[in-house]
Design a protein. Sequence first.
Length: 414
Amino acid sequence: MPAINPSDTAWMLIATAMVLVMTPALGFFYGGMVRAKNALNTMMMSYVAIGCVGLAWALIGYSLAFSEGSGLTGGLRFAFLSHVRLEPKGSIPHVLFVAYQGTFAVITAALISGAIVERMRFGPYLSFITLWSILVYAPIAHWVWGGGWLGKLGALDFAGGTVVHINAAAAAFVVAIVLGARKDYARTAIIPQNVPFTLLGAGLLWFGWFGFNGGSALGANQSAALAFANTMFAPMATLVVWSLLDITRTGKTTAIGAATAIVVGLVAVTPAAGFVSPLSAIAIGGIAAAPSYFALLWRVRTRLDDSLDVIAAHGAGGIVGALLTGILAERSWNGIADGALFGNPRQLLVQLAAVAATIAYSAIATLVILKLIAFASTLRASAREEGIGLDVTQHGEEAYSRGEGAILVQPDRG
């Protein structure tokens, strides 16, 4: 039996805390981009995921993802954290591995909220992300990281290009279509209420992402150092290319665009972080800017109200990153596999299969979950609730008091 390594354990304790902070950071990133009347609701969609999804992960999700089972899902050996104690899991305590992986489940579910802000009722949202984390996230995590069929096929996903970003984007696409556009979408200007919040969120996400990618090495080792460096360099390239695209198209560079570019770069390098050289990571970051940038421009000309561009950032960015991993991976850096550019064209085909399977399963399963919830509850807020704002109608609070308060909140009377 392998022994627990104190250095690895120390790094993974830090990495777990860093990834957990990413979910509140996502709340600020998203919350700054919506209208003031929906700011708290949007941020709460991230914060409550920590509770609902975190507990679902501990009680059943972890077991479905990481216990022995079939190629499609794990079993129930670790349900309710049975057989999870202080024994080694690799070189760290098993209970720490559970906690670290739980932070991934939490933020993946929270990412979906960016496509449905300002219009989904809060109760059904809680039900949705809890069920989704169990029925969608956990099986796909098993496919790639838990001994499932994609891992055995040879798919490379260092920290969640398919499991996290493409998975969440496919679900976001379906939920956005099922809910429909906001009542005033494309009819009036929808102005971000606090751009500094979004910049703050992006900065904190970048900080946490060092734990997200670096921690996925599961130890304080050379792989962690490579992933750490790539996590620093790739978004730099995305930020530069995105800014140049902005200047070329409009003559200006926007703060929202800069924040989005940072996230796109982080998304794109996530599947590749421990598999490619730093120079290749820079290439991935730079290349990923264009598809996400133009996907965002295309989306705003459609009726698809992906409110905060989850599909453009996490979908396009995740797909580009996953496929470029299949091209740019180098065994001399990762010790596992080469990509197509280094003599292994099969790897690109494997990556393509992983992307397609993730999109298909996530989209179909998400639709089924939504339909089931819709039988018991109304998914969408009413036009009146949208008009007043979801902060008041769903939480009885306002983000900004405006003197003595703009809206008097009283109990509903039958």
